[in-house]
Design a protein around this ligand. Structure first.
Ligand code: FAD
Length: 342
């Protein structure tokens, strides 16, 4: 059981900044994210796009904003459960909550902050009838740690940036990389397409187009995939492999949080914005893109503001009766922080 003061669901910009604001109040945080890395939409959807409306930064790349937020939060030593989706919540007799993920990891906290953005990003899965039985047994929809594939045979399918970039990256790590795409043209960056073609001509990537994987074979783990060439649907063949990685993109879904008894409007969680962004369940807050209230704007800086006010309310729940006086952080840093802003 992982225990913390504020359990944050979602490690996007809102969730990451919550760690900093909570840290100033000496509250510990643990974050859960369905993605294998922090940053939410900024790292998953547009890491190389500049953002122009972060106060104090005339321009910053979304990926760099994520790096900075991680750096800013690191001093408060947050915990992370990455690559797991928060699935259920149970209220305990002492008022705390136990949140369990799809992989069975349990977290307990007196306050839950849902910073789930557009929802948990779920991989788009190929329509292969038996694929579910090979998940985590050689079929992976995310690459969490490339070292897993060292000296292994890998089949990747997909036609976007993810499929191209990982094929390029794994060409130096895996013993064999096969990239399969159902069209001859790719959707990814031209530069990446050229690099794949170059590696193909050097024999470091085996490129098969137009084709699709139609079956996975193996006993208890992936041992091969059945491929059909799109032009000759009757022409099927087997590629022996240790891993099959379909990279068909991600789609966000509010998902299981939608069944937690929270008031939902337009696929977002209703909160009391006049007070502290608490939901209809006391002790559960919703901040950032995931919430809705009159006049809501889905912007990063709005998530930062909501996180700040939410932490003040969390402090009162966690330290009932304890007086807290808001002052300011100094330019000299927050070393020796004594529980109040200086
Ligand atoms: P998100 O960034 O969506 O992060 C939420 C995280 O929660 C995700 O990582 C998700 O996996 C996780 N999650 C959700 N449910 C679960 C669950 N059940 N279990 C585990 N994890 C879960 N905003 C600006 O202010 N300026 C801009 O210039 C700007 N440009 C944009 C450009 C694009 C192309 C897009 C798509 C958005 C842009 N935005 C911009 C919007 C901005 O990205 C969002 O407002 C911001 O990301 C919201 O942050 P968040 O932390 O609330 O949610």
């Amino acid at each position: 059981m992982i225990k913390t003061d504020i359990l944050i669901i979602g490690a996007g910009p809102t969730g990451l900044f919550t760690v900093f604001e909570a840290g100033l109040l000496k509250l510990k945080c643990h974050l859960i994210d369905a993605l294998p890395q922090a940053g939410g939409q900024c790292s998953e959807l547009y890491p190389k796009k500049p953002i122009y409306d972060i106060p104090g930064f005339p321009e910053i790349l979304a990926g760099d904003l994520t790096k900075n937020l991680l750096e800013q939060s690191r001093q408060f030593e947050p915990g992370f459960t990455l690559g797991e989706r928060a699935e259920t919540v149970e209220k305990q007799e002492d008022g705390s909550f136990i949140v369990t993920t799809n992989k069975g990891t349990k977290h307990q906290a007196p306050v839950v902050a849902i910073a789930g953005g557009l929802g948990s990003f779920e991989p788009r899965k190929p329509l292969i009838p038996n694929i579910a039985s090979f998940e985590d047994k050689g079929v992976e929809y995310f690459i969490k740690d490339p070292e897993v594939y060292r000296d292994k045979r890998v089949v990747i399918s997909g036609g976007g940036d993810s499929a191209l970039d990982w094929s390029i990256f794994l060409a130096d790590i895996a013993s064999e990389v096969t990239l399969i795409h159902r069209r001859n043209e790719f959707r990814g960056a031209l530069d990446s397409v050229e690099k794949v073609q170059e590696l193909t001509s050097k024999g470091k990537i085996k490129l098969i187009t137009p084709a699709e994987v139609i079956n996975v074979i193996g006993h208890n783990k992936v041992e091969g995939v059945v491929v059909a060439q799109s032009q000759h649907i009757d022409k099927e063949f087997i590629i022996e492999t240790d891993h099959f990685i379909p990279l068909f993109g991600l789609s966000p879904k509010l998902g299981p949080i939608g069944n937690w008894g929270l008031e939902i409007e337009k696929n977002a969680i209703k909160v009391d914005n006049a007070l502290d962004y608490q939901t209809n369940i006391p002790g559960i807050f919703a901040i950032g893109d995931v919430n809705i209230y009159p006049g809501k704007l889905k912007l990063i800086l709005c998530g930062f503001h909501e996180a700040t006010l939410m932490c003040q309310a969390a402090y009162k729940i966690i330290n009932p009766g304890k007086k807290y006086v808001l002052k300011y952080t100094t330019v000299s840093g927050i070393d020796g922080f004594d529980g109040s802003r200086k």
